[in-house]
Write a protein of this length. Structure first.
Length: 503
């Protein structure tokens, strides 16, 4: 998912008035950005980041492609009334979720940036109010399986079971207060439904970002009419005939159903606003210490397929919501080797990291921030400007580097500040192997006071990539293996690396 950077953007000044330590620890600034649609006024006290992330540092933003799934047709009908994102009806339970994912090619977005399971549920926690919506912090089953959503609307100040409840996913509905009380006492999950576990499992399998938003239709002490089990078919549609027959048998049921309908509409209204909020927030807004934004710098001279697949693998390993590819103007450690022109390397990166070239699990941006500055590109300067503009990313950013780079890290400007501000995510590059890199990191951490140094190493296969070999092959008149068609078109059209436009 690549959005092109505007070449007319105003370049950021290379020199900063503040010192490096001051920049890295600058207090957060209040962004002049209106709150997202929905927000805390419609949901259960969620605090949402309201930061604009379309900037020269991060590159241009891209419109999120958010898709909602509702189990029931009447839930989807209410969702369409209040929300602005497309919705697909799944049908009841795990079977409905399985069927819907098998038909993914028919979705409005076959590869959405985020999928949200939206609908009503019962409350198990007595503190959760009827008619309000909650964004789940976890999905759990009675047999102990659990999943953590890759998307949440909470900024981290409210992470308790009231504001971000766990959803318990079971096979049969909990209709009465006694059943709910038993589940609450045994699991301490705040909400209960029948679809979340199958949904979470499918999203993880398909490498899709996901969230669960549930509106409370029945509180912990509310009982649902026992006839409700007869009112829905497997596709989530209401069986009108069954409803009418039940009302004829028990006329007082009508009053109960009208009360349930009002609660359902309130719950879906709140849930719809929260679901819409996901489409208002850009990918970097979801970065956190546990799911960091990845900053991937380098000369990319030229970029090739292994650069892209390495990034995709690292994003999956770290559950990263966004990555920024940052071509350097001049690598300070390779200043004697002039790279290809800046505009050419930017264009090649856009082609190399295009969505169809690698299966990226989340958004990838290409930034020309360093290319727009004169002189060598120092990572510490980039991080300082990044955190000055986007304080939310301080403590939520990591640097994707190879094992060769960490071995030479002491040659970097202000390298200790770099490692403290954005811990590296290290991929093994031959001739290194995991054992040798882990041993190096152990000694490095002990020597320099980085106790978590060994955790920097990613559990990925070694990556053998060399732009030098690619340039050498082109100098011999050959097209190197691993260059995408888009990159090769840029090289031939621009006559880079000695390759003629007629080759």
């Amino acid at each position: 998912m690549i959005a092109r950077f505007s070449e007319n953007a105003t370049p950021t000044p290379r020199r900063f008035q503040a010192t490096i330590p001051e920049m890295l620890h600058e207090p957060a600034r209040s962004p002049d950005v209106p709150p997202v649609h929905g927000g805390a006024s419609h949901s259960a006290g969620l605090v949402q980041p309201t930061v604009a992330f379309d900037s020269p540092v991060l590159g241009p933003s891209q419109s999120p492609r958010v898709l909602a799934l509702c189990a029931l047709e009447h839930e989807a009908r209410l969702f369409r009334k209040y929300a602005k994102i497309p919705v697909v009806v799944t049908g009841l339970g795990a079977a409905g979720i399985t069927k819907t994912f098998a038909q993914r090619a028919q979705w409005p977005y076959p590869k959405p940036s985020c999928v949200i399971l939206v609908g009503t549920s019962g409350a198990l926690n007595p503190a959760l109010a009827r008619g309000l919506a909650y964004v789940a912090s976890e999905v759990r089953t009675l047999d102990g399986r659990s999943w953590l959503p890759t998307r949440t609307l909470c900024s981290g100040t409210q992470t308790d079971q009231v504001h971000q409840p766990t959803v318990l996913s079971i096979d049969q509905p909990a209709l009465d207060p006694a059943s709910k009380r038993t589940l609450w006492n045994s699991t301490h999950a705040g909400l209960v439904d029948m679809e979340s576990a199958a949904f979470a499992e499918a999203c993880e399998r398909e490498h899709l970002n996901w969230a669960v938003v549930r509106g409370v239709s029945d509180a912990a002490n509310d009982a649902l009419p026992h006839e409700c089990a007869e009112f829905l078919d497997a596709n989530g549609r209401t069986r009108i005939g069954a409803v009418l027959r039940a009302i004829l048998r028990r006329p007082t049921l009508l009053r109960e159903l009208l009360r349930l309908q009002r609660a359902t509409e309130d719950a879906m209204r709140s849930a719809s606003f929260d679901a819409d909020s996901f489409s208002c927030l850009e990918a970097p807004a979801f970065a956190s210490a546990d799911r960091p934004l990845l900053l991937y710098g380098g000369s990319f001279d030229p970029p090739h397929a292994r650069h892209a697949t390495m990034l995709a693998d690292a994003m999956r390993a770290l559950r990263s919501p966004c990555a920024v590819v940052m071509p350097a103007a001049i690598n300070p450690l390779k200043a004697s080797t002039p790279p290809a022109p800046a505009d050419a390397r930017h264009a090649m990166c856009v082609a190399a990291f295009a969505e169809n070239e690698a299966d990226f699990p989340s958004e990838v941006r290409v930034s020309s921030f360093e290319l727009s500055r004169e002189g060598p590109s120092y990572t510490i300067d980039t991080l300082a400007e990044l955190f000055r503009r986007h304080a939310h990313l301080r403590g939520a950013t990591r640097l994707l580097i190879g094992s060769d780079a960490i071995r030479s890290i002491e040659r970097w400007r202000a390298w200790k500040e770099v490692l403290a501000a954005a811990p590296p995510a290290i991929v093994v590059r031959p001739p290194d192997d995991h054992a040798s890199v882990r041993a190096f990191l152990h000694d490095f951490g002990a020597k320099h006071g980085f106790a978590d140094a060994e955790s920097w190493l990613l559990p990925l296969e070694p990556v053998d990539l060399s732009s030098t070999d690619a340039r050498a092959a082109m100098a011999r008149g050959k097209r190197p293996a691993g260059l995408s068609d888009g990159v090769w078109r840029e090289i031939t059209a621009r006559g880079l690396y000695g390759v003629g436009s007629d080759r």
